[in-house]
Design a protein around this ligand. Structure first.
Ligand SMILES: [Zn+2]
Ligand SMILES: [Zn+2]
Length: 304
């Protein structure tokens, strides 16, 4: 989820000072629109000091920007390897049938984790092909729009990719419109996800040394039984700050995190559909203490 979702104007949070932390972002290595290096450059230019790249099912973006021989990271920036796993809901009754687990500070060299992510990507590709076929059968073919996809960057083909193609083909007026009418749950192009369930995703992230964080789950205050089950599996954090949350939601989700002993996390969930990075971060408040808490838990140490 994400895709530039914004909090409603009423209740939208105005950062009391510039935000310097962003622990939820996407790049072209999944369904974002900025190259990993461009995301890092834009984030640093906007004042971010602690950044996590959390592409869906892949660490490729992180690997790209830390690859030997590449340009050095911007001075003063701490970059975390991250991932977002859209876990199928399993037995849980959850919105859109999914729970999204962000893994922060995972070990990019962990082979078992990489194998699990490769499996996720395979499922994602199969789902993408089945959804394309369903759209075609419904008279909403977007093969021409998808023909230009860079196959080297198809690590995490997702519904946003199909939604953008539907917009390009003139079937929808916006990505949100395409989700609402065609590729959202129950739409003519919709196919359920396959892959890891939430408990498996949490264990996989823990196995790779990362902190599993439940992302943009605004229903948290009324789902304590579910949260406790996730905590028992190893859930370590809750995304208290998200671009789509209004002040009331931040406060309620934050209270649940404190009560259950979960680390607070936060991010823009930036994909790049609607606005430049600087604009997205200017509308998102993530207190600096969020990074300190996550880094301390990862024993990365203080930001230089
Ligand atoms: Zn998500
Ligand atoms: Zn996301």
């Amino acid at each position: 989820m994400g895709r530039g979702r914004r909090a409603p104007l009423v209740g939208r949070i105005v950062p009391p000072e510039p935000t310097i932390v962003d622990l939820h972002t996407h790049t072209t290595r999944s369904d974002g629109l900025l190259e990993p290096a461009a995301l890092v450059t834009n984030a640093a230019a906007a004042g971010i000091r602690t950044l996590a790249i959390t592409d869906h099912d892949t660490l490729a973006g992180y690997r790209d920007v830390v690859a030997p021989g590449g340009p050095p990271l911007p001075a003063g920036l701490t970059l975390l390897a991250g991932v977002e796993i859209n876990a199928v809901g399993g037995g849980f009754d959850v919105p859109d049938g999914e729970l999204h687990l962000v893994g922060l500070g995972v070990d990019p060299d962990d082979e078992a984790f990489e194998a699990a992510l490769a499996e996720q990507r395979g499922g994602r590709r199969r789902r993408f092909e089945r959804m394309s076929a369903r759209l075609r059968a419904a008279g909403l073919g977007v093969d021409a729009q998808l023909a230009g996809l860079d196959s080297a960057h198809d690590d995490a083909l997702g519904r946003p990719t199909l939604a953008r193609a539907l917009v390009a083909a003139g079937f929808a007026v916006s990505v949100q419109d395409a989700f609402a009418r065609f590729v959202g749950r129950g739409g003519p192009g919709y196919v359920p996800r396959e892959g890891l369930g939430p408990l498996e995703a949490i264990r996989a992230i823990r196995g790779a040394g990362g902190i599993p964080v439940l992302a943009h789950f605004s229903a948290a205050p009324s789902r304590r039984v579910l949260l406790q089950e996730l905590i028992d599996a190893g859930l370590g954090g809750l995304e208290v700050h998200h671009r789509s949350f209004d002040a009331e939601t931040v406060s309620a989700v934050g209270a649940v995190a404190r009560e259950l002993g979960l680390l607070a996390s936060g991010g823009t969930d930036y994909h790049g559909d609607d606005e430049p990075y600087a604009e997205a971060i200017a509308e998102t408040w993530i207190p600096p203490g969020i990074a300190a808490g996550i880094l301390a838990a990862l024993e990365v140490g203080a930001v230089a």
